[in-house]
Design a protein around this ligand. Structure first.
Ligand code: ACO
Length: 370
């Protein structure tokens, strides 16, 4: 037995949710470009869960469920208030999502109906949790979710307490569509491994949040913003990037395990970044990002991934950089839960083997003799 480091190229599950074939990403067979241009995030979440686009009545029903479930228990709000100052935003989300299970009486109900309901509950509650955390740490009271509005609208509203601009809602909605699912990425795989033991959906999503947190996965969007802030101005881009590449420092937001000719989501975010920069009357972040792309692609052949232009998009929406990865989770929970439901439908414990490379025939030595 020889191990394949990072499971590269290993096919570990059959799935009919999303595919990456010849660099083209589809959700349930629909090209991501088509969805990014035309679909709302709610339609996409429905598509991922149920395998088809909703008709008007089905979408209305989903909206009602999202409205009903968006409120989070007061106990979870009270717990968030007790998180220490400086708590990492993804650690906060991981803890709060784990807590949500404690206040859901059907948390351990493994019927298909209860699991589907819990998927919608998680989708509805994650934005409320992230917005509540962001306000509480600034000494503000959380804002209750509004009914009858999109997840993108509600999140921005709960974050600021103000009606968001239409353009901001549209940009965030499109970003949510683009992040919703991505085949067997690390966090989705973590979710599937967890629930393949027949553990509950909250445990699966909590595992996934832990996996998304890392800078090689979802944490890269925040790391891109840290880099842009470190670079500081357009004039510093060239020396910073040349220096980083010469020292073999990884440039966050570039490269991908699966896409070697570019991430199809990146162009949409690049376009959004440019448009938001124009609207804001400040093209600095966009211009710096384009220059970084020119240098990294020119010298290393590496293309930007979904995280690279997300950083300038979210910053131009006025969102603090440590909320970028939680926003990724707000979107990806649709995909995680779709995969969890798919795993339950045809489950087998996921238990690979390891190539043992340690010593053998070692004798036990009593503690006095060590
Ligand atoms: N900057 C500089 N060099 C890079 C980068 C990068 N961002 N990414 C890969 N490389 C180089 C590696 O150093 C390695 O070079 P070598 O062969 O000379 O050692 C080669 O390209 C292959 O890279 P690996 O790290 O082996 O590729 P892997 O498939 O394991 O990793 C990953 C993919 C983790 C995305 C990697 O490209 C990376 O670390 N990127 C930066 C982090 C990032 O943006 N993550 C977000 C990914 S998208 C997402 O999860 C939402």
């Amino acid at each position: 037995m020889t191990a394949t480091k990072g499971l590269e190229g290993i096919v570990a599950a059959a799935s009919s949710i999303s595919s990456i074939i010849d660099g083209v990403l589809t959700y349930r067979g629909i090209n991501i470009d088509d969805l990014a241009e035309n679909a709302s995030f709610e339609e996409v979440a429905y598509l991922l869960w149920y395998g088809k686009l909703p008709n008007r009545a089905e979408l209305n029903q989903l909206q009602q469920q999202l409205d009903e479930y968006a409120v989070i228990p007061q106990q979870v709000i009270d717990q968030i208030k007790l998180y220490p100052n400086g708590t990492n935003s993804m650690a906060a989300l991981r803890s709060a999502v784990s807590s949500l299970a404690l206040y859901d009486e059907e948390a351990n109900d493994m019927s298909a109906e209860a699991n589907q309901r819990k998927a919608i509950k998680l989708q509805a509650k994650l934005p409320t949790v992230v917005a509540a955390f962001a306000r509480i740490r600034e000494g503000k009271e959380p804002v209750a979710p509004k009914k009858g509005v999109s997840i993108a609208y509600n999140f921005l509203y709960m974050l600021t307490g103000e009606e968001p601009a239409e353009v901001a809602v549209k940009a965030l909605d499109q970003a949510l569509v683009l992040h919703a699912d991505h085949e067997l990425n690390a966090s989705t795989f973590a979710a599937r491994v967890t629930v393949a033991t027949l553990s509950d959906i909250y445990s699966g999503v909590t595992s996934a949040i832990g996996a998304l947190k890392g800078p090689l996965h979802g944490g890269a969007n925040e790391a891109v913003m840290v880099m842009l802030e470190e670079i500081g101005s357009f004039d510093n881009v060239e020396s910073y990037i040349n220096n980083a590449l010469a020292n073999k420092v990884k440039i966050m937001g570039f490269g991908h395990r699966v896409y070697k000719n570019g991430d199809p989501r990146a162009k949409h975010l690049q376009h959004m970044s440019k448009e938001l920069g124009k609207l804001k009357g400040n093209m600095d972040l966009f211009n710096m990002s384009v220059k970084i792309e020119e240098l990294v692609t020119g010298q290393k052949g590496l293309k930007p991934n979904v995280d690279f232009y997300s950083a300038s998009v979210y910053t131009n929406l006025g969102i603090q950089r440590d909320l970028f990865t939680p926003i990724f989770a707000i979107s990806r929970v649709s995909g995680w839960t779709a995969h969890i439901l798919e795993q339950y439908q045809d489950n087998r414990l996921i238990r690979p083997r390891a190539d043992y490379v340690g010593p053998s025939n070692v004798k036990y030595v009593p503690i006095e003799d060590r």
